[in-house]
Design a protein around this ligand. Structure first.
Ligand SMILES: C[C@@](CO)(OP(=O)(O)O)[C@H](O)COP(=O)(O)OP(=O)(O)OC[C@H]1O[C@@H](n2ccc(N)nc2=O)[C@H](O)[C@@H]1O
Ligand SMILES: Nc1ncnc2c1ncn2[C@@H]1O[C@H](COP(=O)(O)OP(=O)(O)O)[C@@H](O)[C@H]1O
Length: 309
């Protein structure tokens, strides 16, 4: 292993929203097969790594108290996986700056794992190929490969098999955050409970959504936002329904619960409408925090070009 840098290396990584989340039947392994369209938006976490005598991870920023600092932290797990693959006993101190809401359905933990892979890979100049990094990402969690990739992508399997989706232009979003999180397993379980004995088809993408993205047609995109977990999230947290109704009555073109929630994403016609909606939602006190963002944006990337060091 060639060590090219002793200065800290920092990677930045975006949050995601699922524009479409179709959930198949519960499989024998306790998971559901998915067909989902991931979309990366410009709310970013930052993960820095530097050499240290022992492994550690610290988090500052939004929801810092909710993020574990032990071996369950996804950034730490990613860094240690890479160390194992490199075959080194060296240790790193990891610092995470959080802006992605924790347990908000925006895959913040997965994002930190992807950023850690990128930062550690650069710190140790491992020479792993993008494909090898993607394989490691998939081992860490089903949303981690998309956090590496970014943009807009169709995910199948549990979301780890990705195909890029052609999109035109930029979409403007407002996110209504709720400080109380929702547990992903609890939301999937509630989805199963609500479905009862109904037959559930194998999940497949909706061609109308793909066409809307390809054309950059914001109205058609708004009309085709879809999430099979939405009813379950709203049942577990009824105020989400009220949040969605308020946003739609205040100028949003479309509304969707992000992944397993409880964040609600509003699609707006343009940046001005997004800012107007932010003001209205903030004043309504219907949710705990409101942020605006746009997408698609790039996946996990270094903040500085190491070649200029
Ligand atoms: C719902 C999604 C949509 O992108 O994201 P979030 O909204 O949480 O960010 C993902 O499917 C979240 O995937 P991830 O966050 O990796 O879930 P995991 O920790 O692997 O799974 C936690 C638990 O949720 C259930 N689970 C998860 C994924 C899946 N495809 N089927 C499931 O049934 C299982 O009970 C599993 O034990
Ligand atoms: N680096 C991390 N950042 C956030 N959460 C983490 C991290 N590592 C582990 N977790 C755990 O993952 C859980 C899910 O968090 P997160 O990925 O933010 O939400 P979601 O799965 O809803 O998208 C958290 O409750 C937390 O305990």
């Amino acid at each position: 292993m060639e060590v090219t840098s002793t200065a800290p290396v920092t990677a930045r990584v975006p949050a995601k929203v699922n524009l479409e989340l179709r959930v198949g039947p519960l499989e024998d392994d306790g998971f559901h097969s998915l067909s989902t369209v991931f979309h990366a938006v410009d709310i970013h976490d930052e993960v820095s790594v530097r050499a240290a005598d022992q492994w550690s991870v610290t988090t500052t920023g939004v929801g810092e108290d909710l993020v574990p600092d032990d071996d369950t932290n996804l950034a730490l797990r990613a860094a240690r996986l890479l160390a194992t693959r490199v075959g080194t006993d060296d240790c790193l101190a990891i610092e995470v700056v959080k802006r992605i809401p924790v347990a908000g359905g925006m895959a913040g933990g997965s994002a930190d794992a992807a950023a850690a892979l990128v930062a550690v890979d650069a710190f140790w100049a491992t020479g792993f190929s993008p494909r090898e990094l993607q394989d490691m990402a998939a081992r860490l969690g089903s949303d981690v490969p998309f956090a590496l990739e970014g943009g807009t992508a169709l995910g199948s399997g549990r979301g780890e098999h990705l195909v890029p989706v052609l999109t035109r232009g930029t979409f403007n979003w407002v996110f209504a955050l709720h400080h109380e999180g929702l547990s992903t397993p609890a939301v999937y379980a509630e989805c199963d409970r609500l479905r009862g004995n109904r037959a559930v088809p194998e999940p497949a993408p909706n061609a109308a959504l793909m066409a809307a993205l390809r054309a950059g047609d914001v109205d058609a995109l708004a009309a085709n936002l879809y999430n099979d977990l939405q009813d379950a999230a709203c049942t577990l947290m009824p105020r989400l329904t009220e949040t969605m109704t308020t946003g739609l009555a205040s100028g949003a073109l479309g509304a969707i619960v992000s992944g397993s929630g409880p964040t609600v994403a509003f699609l707006c016609a343009d940046r001005t409408s997004a800012l107007d909606l932010m003001v209205t939602l903030s004043a309504s006190n219907i949710c705990d925090e409101v942020v605006s963002a746009s997408g698609p944006v790039h996946g996990a990337h270094l903040m500085h070009d190491l070649r200029r060091r």
